[in-house]
Ligand binder design. Sequence first.
Ligand code: TRP
Ligand code: SF4
Length: 329
Amino acid sequence: MEKKRIVSGMRPTGKLHLGNLHGALENWIALQNKGDYDCYYFVAGWHALTSEYSATDRIRENTIAMVIDWLSTGLDPVKSTMFIQSSIKEHAELYVLLSMITPLGWLERNPTYKEMKAELADKDLGTFGFLGYPVLQAADIIMYKAYGVPVGVDQLPHVEITREIAKRFNFLYREIFPLPEPLLTDVPKLLGIDGRKMSKSYENSIYISDWGDALKKKVAAMFTDPQRMRKTDKGRPHLCNVFTFHQIYSSSDDVSEISAACKRADIGCTDCKERLTVRILEGMQPIHDRQDYYRHHLGKVREIMEDGNNRAAKIARITMAEVREAVKI
Ligand code: TRP
Ligand code: SF4
């Protein structure tokens, strides 16, 4: 029997931070390694254009850098299909057809749309493409008749609109598309060094590429339990972002020890952070080594992208033949 398909994408907006890694990407890798699913992961260049249309200089290099990050953190091109959205023109064709049947109200009411518009207030996002973002995303997902979409909670409204669009297509033309389920991760939420959501636009992120002194400085600057002003104050590790990081990067024995020591004020935040820096450096070393390897073997990266594109295109062609029949176009 064919395995159920999983589809997800990321916009190539620059280097990945640890929030991206432990949020989305590790979920992708876990689903890949489970072996129960056929996984399709793509670089969503057209989605990047919806907000970055006036600054496109870096999209190509960001695309390759993103694939390198995926390979370096554990996506395996044999188990997963990695491809480039803009190489599979069928996505654009399906997007056009879906745009005909998507009521404007669904897009205007989309909470992610309103939020992003507010967050990126310095950009003019009053464009057709930006409003249509979820329609393009729906095309990406249903093209592969996906069973599941691994995403963060911020993407839930988009998966919901995808389901609505798929339902409407099935109703108007023919029952072609299954309704995709969102697959959420339950990793502990890593915050930025200032205690807000880790986000590139807040300049509070720790990046996979942060190294040596740069990393040390960022960890040293991290907010901790706000009530722990002096070293003699007892701490509350469950309210401390540094502790959340320890839960990811340190052994469980160390985590228990740090938790107990913090609560008794036996360890100070400076020491606690120094220990964390060491652990992050250890954890990142193999990723850095692989990044280094792929950066020096770009031909290999291109081959992997080509192969993924071919695999994705095969399915996209079959789906679109079916869709054209159904729409009678
Ligand atoms: N909107 C997603 C994000 O910002 C990226 C994306 C585009 C996506 N198309 C997709 C995610 C299809 C899942 C499925 O992260
Ligand atoms: Fe956080 Fe560590 Fe300080 Fe406790 S000792 S408040 S866990 S940084």
